[in-house]
Design a binder for this molecule. Structure first.
Ligand code: B12
Length: 252
């Protein structure tokens, strides 16, 4: 069984909560040394090395999903903790995000290239005032891989932009992402605007992002909450089932 490498053990030392430390340790103690190396390089913000190691890992036969989960996302978990605890600051996080992007550039085409017919159109965006897009982009990657046509509205998306995109693309599903407690209410405002535009019956709404919960999603009147990219895909698939709601518009 792989052991956790020295650099990662040192990084775990920054995680003071025992539960959090155990959670992150679990991400690594089954992970191949190459995946651990990708995590370390991402934490250090070494985008060239992440780029090179991700290529190597694919050539060595690791699946895109394994590289994403055991290498890239596991590394980002530590970056998140260090940022929260003021051990690193915005510039370091941006450098780590750039390294994540370097790895995702190799993994994304594989996850997206399923070659299957589009099963429906999903509009995705990060809400107004919020610039976090790593999680949203992961969801988009997985949705594309599952055969959805995804329209990415990017970050800082207003309710009007969401509404326009749903209309223009006759989308059956709208997904909103928020990472800040201050921008979470903009999801509710978008849902209200969709109701005012009398479009609530034609689109299913799913929400996600680290600070969200099922309870919050229910309170806002969303149709679903997803804790990660896998649940995002599951939700979108559920919404596309003919028995989900007659209002859904799958791509014909
Ligand atoms: C990277 C990052 C940044 C980067 C963003 C880069 C980018 N391009 O995204 C930068 C440096 C720009 C940044 C800026 C800021 N950040 Co920031 N950031 C983070 C950090 C470290 C990681 C976020 C991340 O990418 N996580 C990894 C992804 C994979 O996870 P995720 O986003 O949760 O997505 C998953 C799920 O939630 C779900 N999901 C996501 N979206 C959706 C949507 C749907 C529909 C579904 C179903 C599922 C789903 O699936 C995803 C994949 O599994 C977090 C800490 C953390 N641990 O979350 C802080 C954090 C979110 N940031 C925070 C803060 C405070 C800020 C700033 C205000 C800092 C400042 N003083 O300037 C600014 C705000 C800028 C703005 N207006 O948005 C706080 C928020 C606190 C709060 N409670 O509101 C956090 C929690 C850090 C902390 N603990 O203090 N940040």
């Amino acid at each position: 069984m792989p052991v956790i490498n020295e650099d990662l053990e040192a990084e775990l030392g920054y995680v003071t909560s025992p539960a959090e430390q155990q959670h992150i340790r679990n991400l690594w103690d089954e992970a191949d040394p190459l995946m651990q190396d990708i995590s370390v390089s991402l934490i250090k913000g070494d985008n060239n090395r992440v780029d090179q190691l991700t290529k190597e890992a694919l050539e060595a036969g690791f699946s895109a999903n394994t590289i994403l989960d055991d290498g890239l996302i596991a590394g980002m978990a530590i970056v998140g903790v260090k940022f929260r605890d003021n051990l690193i600051f915005v510039p370091e996080v941006l450098v780590a995000a750039r390294a994540m992007k370097a790895g995702m550039a190799h993994v994304e085409p594989i996850l997206s290239a399923s070659g299957i017919e589009p099963v429906g159109t999903v509009i995705m965006g990060t809400v107004k005032g919020d610039l976090h897009d790593i999680g949203k982009n992961l969801c988009i990657m997985m949705l594309s891989g599952a055969g959805f046509t995804v329209i990415d509205l990017g970050v800082d998306t207003s309710p009007e932009e969401f509404i326009e995109a749903v209309e223009e693309n006759e989308a059956g599903v709208l997904g909103m992402s928020a990472l800040l407690t201050t921008t979470m209410p903009n999801m509710g405002r978008t849902i209200d605007a969709i109701e005012e535009a009398e479009m609530r019956e034609v689109v299913k709404i799913m929400v996600g992002g680290a600070p969200l919960s099922q309870e919050f999603a229910d309170d806002m009147g969303a149709d679903g909450y997803g804790k990660d990219a896998m649940s995002c895909v599951e939700l979108a698939k559920t919404f596309m089932r003919p028995d989900a709601e007659p209002s859904i518009n799958p791509v014909s």
